[in-house]
Design a protein around this ligand. Structure first.
Ligand code: NAP
Length: 440
């Protein structure tokens, strides 16, 4: 029997699905010892710090993660950072294969004047702020303004806009970070404008997300019917409308024709406009947009411009991976061919491999394909103990699966009296209080 040791760096969906794919390939003759390494004190990646708190159903995938984590041969090492506590060389020499599943956490920039003003944020900062990511607790989110502008026509822009536009009481029974919940309760924002640079027919929203908007109980959702009619015309003139585009346009038309109620809060969707400048004295006050036309599927700016007064500006236009020493990166992701990093025993899965696209489930098949390549590359197992001794020598405190289960239970218990699924810890020291094994 051969037992291969595999390190997975990053405890998000792609990492867990890679572990599951390895577990699924085990036989009496082939076994895997899997060490999952995560820089945060807690696992689950985007399921914990990305998925919007008002989408609890999406988070139920964590049950699958826990099943994977409690399968024989799996060990969790949270609070261990690649490039700081352990090097890439140490991992590649200690394990038969190393799988990078570190995602993309850096928000893409628009590179327009005024982007660094107070009140201009990336979704890459705003989303982890409301989701209690310990590194983003102190992000400054000025909500003392009546209007917010969100850039991007994808599901992240939709999450951001919904979080800003919904009545905060709707979040009281969610796991929104307490600091964010408090700030949102005191928010003066009543109007949120979302801008897509192309037309509705090119929006990256998915239709289940669009279809849930009319269910917001305290927010008007506004889309201009004429914009959707024009989009349908343009889409028809390009040939048969693809099913997903049709479903999106139908969902947007249903919103557009809904007369709706007259709530205090409004979420507006606009298309064919790109921000070209953010103006203000020391803080965001006004956004200048160029009107776009679409040529060959691309947004092209016209001479026409307009201005929107707003005190908060959030761009949600995609992400790039944060580079780790010893691993080649280009175009915001790890350089790879079908998940293989050439000339190494390193593999890559998830957003770090393909860029920031797809829903959580996309990672299941994607990781499984990379694992097939990895397993076909394996030869003789290296006999070693992984990183446990190195961590001990360095006095690195790690959160094991058992420690995490206690931390998890404590969060769930803290939320139960107020009807929340959990109250997340935000203080690393408090979280590390659950670690027992490696305290120096
Ligand atoms: P996305 O789906 O790729 O959307 C990015 C949006 O930003 C697109 O509308 C894009 O427009 C726009 N954009 C890019 N560069 C721009 C620029 N310079 N100026 C103006 N607009 C620009 O990315 P995402 O929203 O970050 O989401 C990432 C992935 O996570 C997606 O697959 C998404 O479905 C998934 N996700 C899913 C959920 C869910 O299931 N509920 C929630 C959140 C995220 P163009 O199309 O013109 O490039």
């Amino acid at each position: 029997m051969s037992t291969f040791s595999i390190a997975i760096v990053g405890a998000g969906p792609a990492g867990y699905f890679a572990a599951q794919a390895l577990q699924n390939l085990q036989t009496d003759q082939l076994k895997f010892k899997i060490d999952m390494i995560e820089k945060l004190p807690t696992p689950w990646g985007l399921v914990r710090s990305g998925v919007a708190p008002d989408h609890p159903k999406i988070k139920t995938v964590s049950k699958v993660f826990e099943k994977i984590a409690t399968t024989v041969g799996f060990q969790l090492f949270c609070n261990v950072e690649l490039g700081k506590d352990i090097s890439t060389d140490e991992l590649t020499s200690s394990y038969d294969a190393v799988i990078i599943a570190t995602g993309s956490s850096i928000g893409r920039k628009l590179n327009i004047p005024g982007e660094n003003l107070r009140g201009s944020l990336s979704a890459a900062d705003f989303v982890p702020w409301y989701n209690a990511h310990p590194d983003y607790v102190n992000v400054e989110v000025p909500l003392d303004t009546d209007t917010a502008v969100v850039i991007g026509a994808g599901n992240v822009a939709m999450d951001v806009a919904r979080m800003l536009a919904l009545e905060p009481r709707e979040l009281d029974i969610t796991d929104t970070a307490l600091h964010a919940l408090d700030a949102l309760h005191n928010s003066k924002i009543r109007t949120v404008h979302v801008f897509g640079r192309r037309g509705p027919e090119h929006a990256a929203f998915t239709s289940p997300e669009l279809r849930e908007l009319p269910k917001l109980e305290h927010t008007n959702v506004v889309i201009d019917k004429e914009e959707i009619k024009e989009a349908i015309k343009r889409a028809k003139s390009a040939g048969e409308i693809p099913k997903d585009v049709k479903s999106n346009l139908d969902a947007m038309m249903a919103i557009a024709i809904n007369l709706g109620a007259n709530h205090e809060r409004t979420l507006n969707f606009h298309f064919l406009a790109s921000p070209i400048e953010i103006k203000g004295e020391g803080k965001v006050e006004e956004i200048i947009f160029a009107v776009n036309k679409v040529q060959d599927g691309k947004a092209v700016q016209t001479e026409e411009t307009f201005a929107v007064k707003a005190g908060l500006f959030v761009s949600a236009i995609g992400y790039e991976s944060e580079p780790v020493e010893g691993i080649p990166y280009s175009n915001g992701k790890v350089e790879n061919v079908e998940g293989r990093v050439s000339g190494t025993n390193i593999y890559v899965v998830g957003w770090a491999k393909r860029g920031p696209s797809g829903v959580i489930g996309t990672n299941k098949s994607d990781s499984a394909t990379v694992i097939e390549h990895l397993v076909s590359d394996l030869r003789e197992p290296k006999m070693n103990n992984g990183i446990i001794n190195l961590l001990k020598e360095r006095g690195v405190v790690h959160i094991s699966q058992g420690n995490w289960e206690k931390l998890n239970s404590a969060e769930v218990a803290a939320g139960s009296s107020s009807g929340k699924p959990r109250i997340k810890f935000i203080d690393r020291k408090e979280m590390l209080g659950f670690a027992d094994s490696l305290r120096p």
